[in-house]
Design a binder for this molecule. Structure first.
Ligand SMILES: N[C@@H](CCC(=O)N[C@@H](CS)C(=O)NCC(=O)O)C(=O)O
Length: 206
């Protein structure tokens, strides 16, 4: 059985929720504190030189990192969790999946640890990343035309990103006031019975 190295509510939650939706069993290893020196970080660094979660160890001992790569790996066994090939929704799925990890995720890399990058002006970096991130989410909102899910009537792995990322900065209330479509999609995902346990263990629902 594969192992997800992560911290409840962090980036590993995206992998956990995607795996649960796909009905793929996994073991969870909590590496809380991995972003500071210590045994958790040492364990993670052995697998992932970037020291990030999610990090997965697969059945054959190989390592998988990058949430979008995890999504693609899941689609190999559960192609129904993306729009069908040959449809415009499929194109938009690839585009938004890559867009999220290429553009939104790095704002966390810099803003969560601003002193790594600009030790003299950490607050400034944190604030500029946050305002850039908000502008990205506003663009994403403008791309969302369907309901109840981002790309139509069927859930895709993209919806899982929205559900988890909505709990991160700028947080629920900002999304509700500024990106009601993202909020509504996240709410629908949060209500799915098969996801209740994993959403609760990641503090995504109460
Ligand atoms: N591109 C990676 C980003 C993963 C990532 O940045 N995870 C954060 C936690 S949410 C992390 O591990 N941060 C610690 C660090 O970057 O040092 C992905 O999509 O999985």
């Amino acid at each position: 059985m594969l192992t997800v190295y992560g911290v409840p509510g962090w980036g590993s939650a995206i992998s956990e929720v995607m795996l649960t939706l796909a009905n793929i069993p996994y073991r969870f290893r909590n590496v809380d504190g991995f972003d500071q020196p210590g045994p958790q970080r040492d364990a993670l660094l052995k697998l992932n030189p970037l020291g990030q979660v999610p990090t997965l160890q697969l059945d054959d001992g190989s390592v998988m990192t990058e949430s979008a790569a995890v999504a693609l790996m899941i689609l190999d066994t559960r192609p129904d969790l993306a729009p069908a090939a040959g449809t415009p929704e499929r194109q938009q799925f690839w585009r938004l999946l890559v867009w999220l990890v290429a553009n939104v995720y790095p704002t966390f890399t810099y803003a969560d640890y601003p002193e790594r990058w600009t030790p003299d002006a950490p607050d400034q970096l944190r604030e500029s990343c946050m305002s850039y991130r908000k502008s990205l989410y506003l663009w994403l909102e403008s791309q969302l035309q369907a309901s109840p899910y981002a790309l139509g009537k069927e859930i895709t792995l993209l919806d899982i990103y929205l559900c988890v990322m909505r709990t991160w900065g700028p947080r629920h209330q900002w999304f509700q006031e500024n990106t009601p479509k993202i909020s509504a999609i996240a709410d629908v995902v949060c209500a799915l019975p098969e996801l209740q346990n994993v959403l609760r263990s990641n503090d995504i629902i109460g």
